[in-house]
Write a new protein. Structure first.
Length: 369
């Protein structure tokens, strides 16, 4: 095979494609707790609004608004409301992507492509940074996290930065709170990020911001080398529409806009995100319910002797079963109807509906003894 496709980059030919969940299987009968989606569909009154908008306002023969003006304005307002920033951000501080995955790729293209730089990640963390970097031929420097609280091994991270790398480390990726482990950045980690030199881009992924209610957005002004990523895929219940956004200095935003595809976000998705923001009072109250369910499930799991479970600030829990074959446990749960994620040496379980969480507990109890 390989010698017939000699035009394919040799490093790419060796990579396997990322298999997205649910991987094409029929999943309606399963509790899908592996992708950190909201268990709740959009309220039907908002779906009706969206359908009306599609009917009345979207001409399918026309390209969508490639400037995302309306959406950017609303996002800027939302960002300003969710943090005390003075002066607030404007639409010039926002870039919108086809999921934040697209923005991650754009950031990599804008910084490291063409052998210009490496990225630094602390594992376990969101796998997409390394996956997307590899597809662009960008190498990854990884450091570990401390097993106690999953904070980054900062000595190792600083050593990696200090040691002459060729090309140098250009981007540091962190998630706040981290996936799959659920912990927010500590003040030591934040201080380290604040200390990084101007020639390193710091990406702070706040995909779970609505759950943790922690954000570094108020510090953006002091740190033009920081960019914050957020998404509509989690608390806003819009994973199907693929909308993410970056908040950063206008200069960096201009660069992101250069890199992205001209019509990267379909009109229907722009409308969905717009309607979701305008009616967030109908969407975001579910966050409190999910948090309550999470803490209840944590409590119940913490009482099971065979399970080691960590506190989480997001909509998932991370746990381990020492000396057990985790892959086997994932398969056992799946055969009972609960799909979870085996990642970073542990199990990550999304908080679902109350009924799903009860089944999760029952099934985990059954497989853990
Ligand atoms: C889910 C998630 C995202 C969201 O990606 P989208 O492409 O916007 O769906 C980004 N970062 C992290 C850490 C996530 O867990």
């Amino acid at each position: 095979m390989r010698d017939r496709f000699l035009f394919i980059r040799s490093d790419l030919a060796q990579l396997a494609a990322y298999v997205p969940n649910p991987g094409g299987e029929v999943t309606t009968a399963l509790d899908c707790l592996d992708a950190n989606e909201s268990p709740f569909d959009l309220p039907s009154q908002l779906k009706e609004k969206l359908a009306w908008h599609y009917q009345q306002e979207i001409s399918t023969n026309r390209y969508p608004d490639g400037s995302h003006q309306v959406l950017k304005e609303l996002i800027a307002q939302y960002v300003n409301e969710s943090a005390e920033i003075n002066p607030g951000v404007t639409k010039d501080h926002i870039s919108v992507g086809n999921g934040s995955d697209e923005l991650i790729r754009s950031l990599l293209i804008a910084t490291c492509l063409g052998n210009e730089g490496l990225i630094l990640v602390a594992n376990p963390t969101f796998s997409m940074y390394a996956i997307l970097a590899k597809t662009l031929g960008i190498s990854i420097v990884s450091v570990e996290r401390l097993e106690t609280d999953f904070s980054i091994d900062l000595d190792a991270a600083q050593k990696a930065l200090n040691s002459a790398q060729n090309p140098p480390i250009r981007v540091v990726f962190v998630v706040h709170p981290n996936s799959p482990t659920g912990n927010v950045l500590t003040s030591a980690e934040l201080n380290w990020l604040r200390s990084l030199p101007k020639d390193i881009l710091v990406v702070i992924d706040e995909a779970y911001f609505e759950f943790s209610k922690t954000s570094v957005v108020s510090e953006l002004q002091q740190h033009p080398n920081w960019v914050i990523l957020r998404t509509f895929s989690k608390a806003f219940r819009l994973a199907t529409h693929r909308v993410g956004y970056a908040i950063a200095h206008p200069e960096l935003i201009i660069t992101l806009e250069k890199v992205r595809l001209p019509y990267n976000l379909p009109a229907f998705s722009q409308a969905a995100a717009t309607i979701a923001l305008q009616h967030r009072d109908l969407i975001l109250p579910s966050v409190a319910d999910i948090i309550q369910e999470r803490d209840q499930l944590w409590q119940a799991l913490a009482e099971i002797q065979q399970i080691q479970v960590w506190r989480s600030r997001a909509n998932f829990l991370y746990l381990k079963l020492p000396d057990r074959n985790l892959e086997q446990i994932v398969q056992q749960l799946k055969s009972q109807g609960t799909v979870i994620r085996h990642t970073g040496g542990g199990l990550r379980i999304t908080i679902g509906t109350p009924a799903e969480n009860l089944r999760t507990l029952k099934r985990l109890k059954a497989v853990s003894v």
